[in-house]
Design a protein around this ligand. Structure first.
Ligand code: CA
Length: 262
């Protein structure tokens, strides 16, 4: 058995001090959930050398307990894990409102899992084997997305407001929680104001340059975002510019808007 399971209390206790340390040193805290010690240990070493604070979990249940403390800046999550697989961990985290960016580790033959992972709210994935520089680059990209958001800055467009920190979308008295990807997509469209966001731009901003994310990934997140917008009764709506990309329109009945901006 790779490690003993101590439960949520233990994870909270070991995480208290690192959190204080992180505040003092501005150190990013990363949870690595990986059962293969020959992979997990070198990851821990390279991350520590690069000034990250690292906790390791060797099975899915323990990883989930740690992730649920919401003390981590990024979670590196293997898919094939004992006790609870990575996709189940991810699902539980998102269902419990934990929006910590997740980098999935996948084997090369797990293409289906990769797609399922992105659909379940993972933010990026890395195929094993990978080199350290690539891992560090992915983590920097995920960390940057978090820190690029101005503190307390609410974004407004038409009748909607987005808090990029709490991922809360609101219109008047109504509000709904977005996933990280939905919030990033909406934020991008809001910042573009009345300009089209091309699919290439959306992929670059949400998944980074070096990614296998495809149009299907965008379409999926757009359809989820549209449901959330409808859920708060927003007039603002995501319009499709066929063959080009997407645009945020002020009115749901926005055929004129769409044509004007083509
Ligand atoms: Ca594994």
């Amino acid at each position: 058995m790779p490690n003993q399971r101590f439960g949520k209390d233990f994870c909270f206790i070991i995480s208290e001090n690192p959190r204080r340390a992180r505040k003092e040193k501005q150190q990013m805290k990363i949870l690595v959930v990986e059962d293969e010690k020959y992979i997990a240990k070198p990851i821990e070493q390279v991350l520590k050398r690069n000034n990250y604070s690292v906790d390791l979990a060797y099975d899915g249940e323990y990883g989930l307990d740690c992730g649920l403390t919401d003390l981590y800046d990024i979670i590196v999550l293997d898919i094939m894990l004992p006790k609870l697989d990575g996709l189940a961990v991810l699902k539980e985290l998102r269902e419990n409102g934990i929006e910590t960016p997740v980098l999935l580790l996948t084997a090369k033959d797990q293409v289906g899992d990769k797609v399922k992972g992105l659909d379940s709210g993972a933010d990026d994935y890395l195929a094993k084997p990978f080199d350290n520089e690539e891992l560090l680059a992915r983590l920097r990209a995920l960390g940057r997305r978090k820190s690029e958001l101005a503190p307390g800055g609410l974004l407004r467009f038409g009748d909607i407001e987005l808090n990029p920190h709490t991922l809360l979308l609101s219109r008047g008295d109504k509000s709904g929680k977005l996933t990280l990807k939905e919030a990033q997509l909406l934020e991008l469209l809001m910042r573009r104001k009345n300009m089209t966001a091309s699919k290439e731009l959306i992929i670059e901003k949400l998944w980074g340059y070096d990614t296998d994310a495809e149009d299907g990934n965008i379409e999926y997140h757009v359809s989820l975002l549209r449901k959330k917008l409808a859920g708060v009764g927003a007039q603002a709506a995501v319009g499709t510019i066929r063959g080009v990309g997407y645009i945020l329109k002020e009115e749901a009945d926005g055929e004129k808007n769409r044509k004007r901006h083509v």
